[in-house]
Design a protein around this ligand. Structure first.
Ligand SMILES: NC(=O)c1ccc[n+]([C@@H]2O[C@H](COP(=O)([O-])OP(=O)(O)OC[C@H]3O[C@@H](n4cnc5c(N)ncnc54)[C@H](O)[C@@H]3O)[C@@H](O)[C@H]2O)c1
Ligand SMILES: O=C(O)C[C@H](O)C(=O)O
Length: 334
């Protein structure tokens, strides 16, 4: 049994936005053991808005039809309190997408109306060991909103997904250097899951050699690697006509599996976690950091040297997080 999960009993996993694109790519893999491992039975709770409950029921029928040995049951809800009752792993995927003519304040306001009540429902009924991953955008600030509404849940249980950005960065570096993805270590995504994020190669290695030495091309790092990773979400939308779904679902599985099974000894991952003030990121913000997972706990990798270029990039992305937080406060959403 991975660290910090209830031994023996099925693990309750709640997925919001279950009838959406990511939900469809996620649920079957959770039920087949890719979230928590091949020995851990799971009970699924699907949360949707009332008008999408029928579609969620269709997905549940297909889940039944897979006859997954690990899937012990599926409940479908349109009420957050019921959906999060007893939850061990909460995957908050459902969010309000930005519509035509919608200002940032409108988006934050609409999502505050979703993530505030969901945080409160987690506070009211989640299991003691609850772990929360927010995928729905703006993921960092939505996670922060949910955490503010859950005063009884330790803040470090609320996380935001930047694992997709991390995986994208690993893939880009592997392609550039001719290495395998398994040869890449110590890469970091800092800041917000947005175009301001900072994919940082300054501590990364390729087969144990510093990545910047292997690449040996500063212009590629600044003008190609960083923008390619940071704008990959927009490039996928442009190409598919819809936002990344299978890769986002895959990253959500990676995030939770790493959280409960741990990072390799000589490596770390990236996750949006609550800042303890490390690296000058204001305490309490949910920002992406280099993160180690041990015994079911996430911790920020300490004492990395930050050069001037990295400092400026981290500060710029964190400034955006501060703006989002202040806008949410000004809107009275927390
Ligand atoms: N963090 C990341 O790396 C990352 C990557 C890709 C996508 N995303 C974000 O993930 C979110 C979901 O993407 P998608 O492609 O599945 O979108 P989608 O529109 O296909 O599905 C979203 C689903 O959420 C549901 N929903 C809306 N409000 C809800 C609520 N209050 N409770 C429960 N369900 C609710 C909708 O009915 C819909 O079925 C979006 O916000 C997207 O921007 C994040
Ligand atoms: O949905 C989006 O805006 C993009 C998404 O966050 C992604 O990184 O693929």
């Amino acid at each position: 049994m991975p660290a910090g999960l209830p031994a023996g009993a099925p693990v309750t996993v709640t997925v919001t936005g279950a009838a959406g694109q990511i939900g469809y790519a996620l649920l079957f893999r959770i039920a087949s053991g890719h979230l928590l491992g091949p020995d851990v039975p799971v009970r699924l709770r699907l949360l949707e808005v009332p008008q999408a409950v029928k579609a969620a029921e269709g997905t549940a029928m297909e889940l039944d039809d897979c006859a997954f040995p690990l899937l012990t049951g599926i409940d479908i809800h349109d009420d957050a309190t019921a959906a999060f009752d007893g939850v061990n792993v909460a995957l908050l995927v459902g969010a309000r997408p930005r519509g035509a003519g919608m200002e940032r304040g409108d988006l934050l306001s609409a999502n505050g109306g979703i993530f505030g009540p969901q945080g409160a429902a987690i506070n009211a009924g989640a299991a003691q060991d609850v772990r929360v991953l927010v995928v729905g955008n703006p993921a960092n600030t939505n996670a922060w909103i949910a955490a503010q509404h859950a005063p009884d849940v330790p803040k470090d249980r609320f996380t935001a997904m930047t694992r997709l950005d991390h995986n994208r960065a690993v893939a880009q570096l592997a392609a550039r250097t001719g290495a395998g993805v398994e040869d890449i270590a110590r890469l970091t995504i800092w800041g917000n899951h947005s175009a301001t994020q900072y994919p940082d190669l300054s501590h990364a290695t390729v087969r144990g050699t510093p990545a910047l030495e292997v690449v040996d091309d500063e212009a590629w790092v600044r003008d190609t690697f960083i923008p390619t990773v940071a704008k990959r979400g927009a490039a996928i939308i442009e190409a598919r006509g819809a936002s990344s779904a299978a890769s986002a679902a895959n990253a959500a599985l990676d995030h939770v599996r790493t959280w409960v099974t741990g990072t390799p000894a000589d490596d770390w991952t990236s996750a949006g976690v609550v800042s303890d003030g490390s690296y000058g990121v204001p305490e309490g913000l949910i920002s992406s950091f280099p993160v180690i997972a041990r015994d079911g706990e996430l911790s920020i990798v300490p004492d990395l040297e930050i050069d001037d270029f990295s400092r400026a990039r981290i500060d710029a992305s964190v400034a955006e997080l501060v703006e989002e937080r202040d806008a949410v406060r000004a809107l009275g959403l927390v």
